[in-house]
Design a protein around this ligand. Structure first.
Ligand code: ZN
Length: 244
């Protein structure tokens, strides 16, 4: 199987369309989304409709749970909170129901996908300690789970565990070694924060044991214009141009 793995779309319709058109050229068998379809940008219903129509298998992100009303955004930054409540006001009941019904994690043969951390949607993997804790959780899962794909930080990265230590791995093309375990983040489609404003995703080729990372350019100015027209905070438009 060749899996296309995308994350953190965040209501960015232009970025989502650019990524999906790139994926269609790359021949993926299935597309998986690691959560946060909505939040921050201005096209929540449109992005959910595309995900549903394309049959993309998706898990729930922290913005999805708040926008759908399953949880309140009490621990959000003021900026994230304003956008998620704006989103909640505009989502159709049908799309809210779709978000509420998403699973928190998915176990797929030989790997799992989760949003922030294993067993905790809201927690970030940002340092070696977090990575180490998640490798521990990965090892304790049933079956031989060698890979975990996650999102939430909006920063593309690949890490491995070898003899109890965490290592950074190449994040352009990565050959999967059968004796290591991996935690891999594809970066964000709709709000990259790794100083590259283009939309980020990856392809995991299970048969050839390879992960390839990709970036797709999209019409950032169009997305920014919609954010301003919607009355969302202007910082949300500005950050898209710099990728942070
Ligand atoms: Zn996110």
């Amino acid at each position: 199987m060749r899996y296309a793995i995308i994350s953190d779309i965040h209501s960015n319709l232009e970025a989502l369309n650019a990524v999906l058109s790139r994926i269609s050229e790359l021949n993926a068998d299935e597309i998986l989304c690691l959560g946060d379809i909505v939040g921050y940008n201005a096209n929540p219903n449109e992005c959910i409709d595309i995900v549903r129509r394309a049959g993309i298998r998706c898990i729930m992100g922290n913005h999805d749970s708040r926008a759908s009303g399953l949880e309140e955004p009490d621990n959000f930054t003021p900026l994230a909170k304003e956008a998620v409540l704006w989103t909640r006001d505009r989502l159709t009941e049908d799309n809210k129901g779709f978000l509420r019904g998403l699973p928190r994690e998915l176990a797929i043969e030989g790997f799992i996908v989760f949003h922030g951390s294993i067993r905790d949607t809201d927690r970030y993997i940002i340092d070696e300690r977090n990575a180490s804790d998640n490798f521990q959780l990965l090892e304790n899962l049933d079956g031989d789970v060698r890979l975990g794909f996650y999102g939430h930080t909006h920063v593309r990265v690949a890490m491995s565990l070898q003899r109890g230590k965490v290592f950074l791995e190449p994040d352009e093309e990565l050959k999967i070694a059968p004796w290591k375990r991996y935690l891999i983040n594809p970066g964000s489609v709709g709000q990259p924060r790794d100083m590259d404003p283009s939309a980020s995703f990856l392809i995991y080729d299970e048969f050839n044991e390879k992960v390839n990372f990709y970036r797709a350019d999209y019409d950032i100015a169009a997305t920014q214009e919609k954010i301003m027209e919607a009355g969302l905070p202007s910082e949300l438009a500005q950050r898209l141009a710099v990728g942070r």
